[in-house]
Design a protein around this ligand. Structure first.
Ligand SMILES: C[S@@+](CC[C@H](N)C(=O)[O-])C[C@H]1O[C@@H](n2cnc3c(N)ncnc32)[C@H](O)[C@@H]1O
Length: 275
């Protein structure tokens, strides 16, 4: 393993170290196998597009932005479309950082993004220097809720007063709701991968209260999950292996980006304003 100290000065317990080593080796393997492709971070390209679409709305021109756990930079390169003033991006997998740097000549020829090796538990940035910080499916890689809280404190530390932390993670409560739906049809519950620890919404909301105002919660993947983790299973025989590229994935990804509830109700009302 290229970086067994994880870029940390402080101590880890044996259990934490083992979990982080396992986690790191998962991401190192993904980086080696998939290079600059989105598969290095997740096979579900539609879900990733929904994340990016929602993330970009919060990046303003000239913002100083930090991407924590940037993987191979797949998302980082996309936010350049918003013309931020400066982007710094780090990951604790050196292989991911190397893949991001390799892709840079094509995707960021002017070198506007600074990629580096680092850990969200000890961010190598000064206090109060970013307008926006984000981590997309990163905090769930930390081994305990206590370590996840440390990451939240670190992201808070490097933000300017009034800056935003865009906390794009996976959540326990939503998974329970989805599993309740699946149970009605006799489907097995979905579980977090063993290298992840999903976030409990209630604990998060209580913890962040003194640090951050929760401005709103963007539930940008609700319909997509109903479609692809419930309707898809109803609509298929179960013989074919599930694919992230099937038509149901496209259909429900489109629903998320169109009118919020889709357009399936036969009755609707056009409100016609006289000219
Ligand atoms: C699901 S991928 C992230 C995808 C990426 N944010 C994107 O939007 O394309 C998770 C990444 O988090 C990184 N990671 C996990 N724990 C980390 C930590 N403690 N500090 C920094 N990066 C970490 C992994 O190496 C991996 O590249």
């Amino acid at each position: 393993m290229s970086n067994p100290d994880f870029g940390l000065k402080g101590d880890l317990t044996d259990t934490e170290r083992k979990r982080m080593e396992k986690n790191l080796s998962h991401w190192e393997g993904n980086a080696a196998a998939h290079g600059s492709d989105h598969d290095a971070s997740w096979g579900d390209g539609h879900a990733i597009e929904l994340e990016i679409r929602n993330l970009m709305r919060f990046i303003e021109p000239d913002f100083r932005v930090l991407d924590a756990g940037c993987a191979n930079g797949y998302t980082t390169f996309r936010i350049l479309e918003r013309d931020p003033g400066a982007v710094r991006a780090f990951d604790y997998s050196q292989t991911m950082v190397d893949a991001a740097k390799r892709a840079q000549s094509e995707k960021d020829p002017d070198g506007r993004i600074e990629f580096y090796h680092g850990n969200i538990l000890e961010i190598a940035e000064k206090d109060g220097t970013f307008d926006a910080v984000y981590a997309v499916r990163v905090v769930i890689n930390l081994p305990t809720w206590e370590r996840q809280q440390e990451a939240l404190r670190e992201m808070h530390r490097v933000l300017k007063p009034g800056g935003r932390y865009l906390f794009f993670e996976a959540f326990e409560g939503s998974q329970r709701k989805l599993n309740a739906l699946r149970e009605l049809a006799g489907f097995a519950p979905l579980e977090a991968p063993e290298f992840n620890l999903y976030i409990e919404e209630e604990k998060l909301e209580e913890f962040v209260e003194p640090l951050f105002e929760i401005e709103r919660i963007e539930r940008f993947s609700s319909l997509y999950y109903i479609g692809t983790r419930f309707v898809r299973d109803l609509a298929t025989t179960g013989d074919e292996p599930p694919s992230y590229d099937g038509p149901i994935h496209q259909l429900f990804a489109d629903l998320e980006t169109g009118p919020r509830s889709g357009d399936f109700g036969i009755q609707k009302c056009y409100v016609l304003k006289k000219r």
